[in-house]
Design a protein around this ligand. Structure first.
Ligand code: FAQ
Length: 331
């Protein structure tokens, strides 16, 4: 055991990757499963706020872009569930934990999308924050997670650009369109800052995750990076970020910003945000409505494999694939 621990420590020290068959401390495995599962759940639940606008997109072009984006999010969820499986997690158990409220997903997806400008603002701010957080995760110490993140980041980058382009178009439109954009920015700005997690002095996982090089930067470092990156983009767009304390601090070389309402983050994480109940109910209904497809696919796979039990991997793929259809059918 001491040899195995030494080997693991050296792998981390030398910035090499931990791979599925390597020995790893139980705490490392549990932390990776927690983070990857929460991330996967976020992508899957994250399909809902924008997915609600697919049937109401203002043009064929916007509909095609939005469909592609929401499909990408399903794909990200699936890569991430696969990465969690390499650690021994069971995908159907992870789904059960999500729909029974035993595992978290990102707070940001518990807010409503009230106009089409929200689609643009989610692309710009939410995907922008996701990129800020996830680019360093491409160097995360767990190999399958870091590799999945490379493709995910490339796709998130397209998501961010489509959002910014949509907002630029709206800002060049009518006064009413500009008002929709400003209203959406006002509603999504503070929740976007909360995506990075609690402040460093209230983040129970950060120190250990940094020591294991799962996380490469703290929550506050990434939040600051996001603010610094976004301010000039807001200027170019012609929108005001809803923070009277936001200003450049030449001494620090960063923007100062006002206090985040951490009680709101706590409330939303613990299930009491504006849309938590609806998001989980839709996911639960998709899971239940998809039971017959999972059973049929598993029976087919068993037959094709001559009776071998290959159910587990199939389940979530089939389910996520039909989720969008089930939701659309319900509306
Ligand atoms: N919401 O000790 P820390 C996306 C939890 S994907 C909910 O600081 P950690 C793509 C945290 O998990 C967005 N829960 O935790 C997209 C922990 O839970 P525990 C998701 C939160 O792990 C775009 C507890 O609080 N991205 O947007 C939140 O060191 C558009 C204590 O916190 C990822 O998951 C929160 N905001 O740092 C899709 C990235 N913040 O221990 C559709 C990977 C914290 O009680 C449309 N994850 N918690 O179970 C990470 O980088 C980290 O897990 C953090 C949290 C930074 C999120």
């Amino acid at each position: 055991m001491p040899d195995l621990q030494r080997h693991f420590d050296r792998t981390i020290e030398q910035d090499r990757r931990v791979e599925p068959r390597d020995w790893m401390p139980d705490g490392y495995r549990a932390t990776m499963i927690r983070q990857i599962a929460q991330h996967a759940h976020s992508e899957i639940i994250g399909m809902q706020p924008e997915g609600e606008w697919i049937t109401r997109a203002p043009s064929l072009r916007r509909k095609a872009i939005l469909l592609a984006k929401v499909q990408d999010e399903a794909g990200h969820g699936l890569y991430l569930y696969s990465a969690a499986e390499t650690l021994g997690a069971d995908r159907s158990e992870l789904t059960a934990m999500l729909i029974e409220g035993r595992q978290k997903y990102s707070s940001i997806f518990n807010y409503p999308t009230l106009s089409y400008a929200d689609v643009g603002v989610i692309g710009w701010l939410v995907d922008g924050a996701a990129i800020c957080n996830q680019v360093p995760l491409c160097r995360s110490s767990y190999g399958p997670y870091a590799r999945a993140m490379i493709r995910i980041c490339k796709e998130e980058s397209f998501h961010q650009r489509q959002g910014y382009e949509l907002l630029l178009t709206m800002m060049k439109g009518t006064a009413a369109q500009r008002d929709l954009v400003q209203d959406a920015v006002n509603r999504w700005w503070w929740p976007s800052l909360m995506m990075f997690g609690p402040p460093d002095d209230a983040s129970p996982n950060s120190a250990r995750s940094m020591a294991w090089k799962i996380k490469r930067h703290t929550n506050d470092e990434l939040r600051q990076r996001f603010v610094d990156m976004t301010v000039p983009q807001a200027d170019a767009l012609g929108v005001t970020l809803p923070d009277p304390e936001l200003r450049w601090n030449a001494e620090r070389g960063h923007h100062d910003f006002g206090p985040v309402d951490w009680s709101e983050l706590k409330r939303v994480i613990s299930g009491d945000g504006p849309c938590n109940a609806r998001r989980v109910a839709v996911r639960r209904a998709a899971h239940e409505d998809g039971a017959w497809v999972r059973e049929a696919a598993a029976a087919h796979a068993r037959k094709a494999a001559g009776g071998a039990d290959v159910e587990a991997g199939l389940e979530a793929d089939v389910e996520v694939g039909i989720e969008a259809g089930v939701e659309a059918g319900r509306r």
